[in-house]
Design a protein around this ligand. Structure first.
Ligand SMILES: C[S@@+](CC[C@H](N)C(=O)[O-])C[C@H]1O[C@@H](n2cnc3c(N)ncnc32)[C@H](O)[C@@H]1O
Length: 229
């Protein structure tokens, strides 16, 4: 296992502390698995992965049961204490070995180039520093390693984008555990030096009214094979 629990890279252990949001998310996210089709999205997100995987911002561990048997080990980083406890329980039920550890995306407590793949789902909206978090993902992936992402962000036309930005400046982050609505995950991955693979824009939930958080993207990106960063 490559987690280095005692080592802090300038981000404290409980870098994220949103106990109320964590309890709400744990409840809402479980019902969303079937109610909004999130379970099927997680299945597609992780399909075909193999080798050693790092999942960043694992929340309450809802991805864990969807990892295919070709994955040899998952290191799941979760900074929020309440969610991390749920993730530890989910790890016990997973079919592949999952090791849950504290840490933040901006300072991953693992060695460089230690993973074949990295997974982020609904996390880049919440990290404090997106370029730094993606720089860390790039560091811990082996050259040629892949990122699987499912994220929401800015879209939906001018009025919706305006609404997303207005909510980001006011109510949304404090009410939703630091989440932002108007980030652009695909552009951020490209700017961080990843090669974009296929990705698909989709609305969640797929049916019903579009919410400011509905505009999602599911896809793959790679650390370039010759990348010596
Ligand atoms: C909306 S939840 C998504 C949880 C999970 N990935 C999922 O798909 O259900 C956002 C997650 O990002 C985590 N998070 C927030 N800031 C983070 C950071 N700086 N580094 C790593 N994870 C972070 C939160 O603690 C939370 O678990």
């Amino acid at each position: 296992m490559s987690v280095r629990p005692g080592r802090s890279r300038a981000v404290p252990r409980d870098a994220v502390h949103h106990p109320l949001f964590a309890r709400c998310y744990a409840r809402f996210s479980v019902s969303a698995e079937t109610r909004t089709g999130m379970g099927r999205v997680r299945e597609r997100l992780l399909d075909g992965l193999s080798g050693r995987v790092i999942e960043v911002g694992a929340g309450n561990g809802l991805n864990f049961s969807h990892y295919p048997g070709t994955v040899s080990e998952v290191v799941a980083i979760e900074p929020e204490r309440v969610l991390r406890q749920w993730a530890v329980e989910a790890a016990l039920r997973a079919q592949v070995p999952v090791d849950v550890a504290p840490g933040a995306a901006e300072a991953l407590p693992v060695k460089s180039e230690a993973f074949d793949a990295a997974v982020v789902s609904l996390v880049l909206c919440s990290v404090r520093d997106v370029p730094r978090a993606l720089g860390e993902l790039r560091r811990v992936l082996r050259p040629g390693g892949e990122v699987r992402f499912f994220e929401h962000g800015r879209d939906g036309g001018r009025v919706m984008s305006f609404t997303q930005r207005a909510l980001d400046r006011t109510l949304w982050p404090p009410l939703s555990g630091g989440c932002h609505l108007s980030r652009e995950p695909v552009a951020a991955l490209r700017e961080a030096g990843f090669t974009l693979g296929p990705y698909r824009r989709m609305r969640m939930p797929e049916n019903g009214p579009a919410l400011p958080s509905s505009y999602c993207v599911l896809g793959t990106a790679w650390r370039p094979p010759g990348d010596g960063a």
